[in-house]
Design a binder for this molecule. Structure first.
Ligand SMILES: Nc1ncnc2c1ncn2[C@@H]1O[C@H](COP(=O)(O)OP(=O)(O)OP(=O)(O)O)[C@@H](O)[C@H]1O
Ligand SMILES: [Mg+2]
Length: 253
């Protein structure tokens, strides 16, 4: 089981930071080989990294996120969590419940539930009392700046507020890894900046590893590491460039 992982196995000797999640030779092929969404991707995300994933539409960014959270599986290659290959669906379920939070562009909230209920739902099946779940969900809504709207149906909230609910839902289990696939893509520019600020604040305050897909160069530049995809392949990774000595260090790497 993943709980039994030898945490030392994820060490990254070259950088000193531990590997949290890695892809090893991952390809994702569709339509019997006609489409390669990802091609032989090798990638290591370290604990505490703040990574922007950029690239043109169709370059494979969402495919990468889906494989990093186990809602899709590689056609070949595998994913490694803290040094251990993840092969079983049950391990992915455990990881998504306790270790990996995901935020999508379209929020993906349950429209018939309130903000509080959407967040509380993520705590079901954990042996917590209903009272404890609601208290915790309310606390996390406060953390994302939504403590004044807990009982609103999410359909009555603005786009920025909905994304805050989605972020609260993603972080309520205090995951080690937060994946965000264009979290500001459906928002006006002011809400987008506020949501980006919130994500970076959470990363700074908790040390949570953040992987952020974005089309926004300014947003990508706020991350300490940038990965660029083209036609399903990683064509640029500022960390690899730094480790191989081809670029000067940036302040946060
Ligand atoms: N289920 C699928 N079946 C067939 N092709 C798919 C499927 N999912 C993704 N693709 C294809 O894989 C490629 C990568 O898609 P992906 O959604 O990962 O791109 P993206 O970089 O996230 O694009 P965007 O910036 O528009 O969101 C695209 O050509 C897409 O059409
Ligand atoms: Mg996408």
């Amino acid at each position: 089981m993943i709980e039994a992982i030898d945490r030392g196995a994820g060490s990254n000797r070259s950088s000193g930071a531990r590997s949290l999640i890695a892809l090893r030779g991952v390809s994702r092929i569709h339509d019997g080989g006609a489409i390669a969404a990802l091609r032989n991707v090798d990638l290591q995300i370290r604990e505490g990294d703040c990574v922007a994933v950029v690239g043109a539409s169709g370059s494979g960014k969402s495919s990468l996120i889906n494989i990093l959270c186990g809602i899709d599986y590689p056609t070949s290659g595998h994913v490694v969590w803290e040094g251990r290959p993840i092969r079983k669906k049950s391990d992915w379920v455990w990881l998504r419940r306790l270790r990996i939070g995901v935020v999508f562009q379209e929020f993906n909230l349950i429209p018939t539930l309130t903000a509080l209920e959407n967040v509380e739902l993520a705590l079901l099946g954990r042996g917590m009392s209903a009272k404890h779940r609601y208290t915790r969900a309310g606390m996390v809504l406060g953390r994302v700046g939504l403590d004044h709207r807990p009982h609103h149906l999410v359909t009555r909230l603005s786009g920025g507020e909905r994304q805050r609910v989605a972020i609260a839902r993603a972080i309520v289990s205090e995951p080690k890894l937060l994946l965000a696939d264009e979290p500001t893509g459906n928002l006006d520019s002011i809400s987008a900046v506020k949501i980006a600020d919130l994500l970076f604040h959470l990363h700074e305050m908790t040390g949570m590893t953040l992987v952020l897909v974005t089309h926004d160069d300014a947003l990508a530049a706020r991350c300490s590491r940038q990965i660029r995809l083209r036609d399903g392949a990683v064509v640029d990774d500022t960390l690899q460039a730094l480790l191989s000595g081809t670029v000067a260090p940036r302040s946060k790497i």
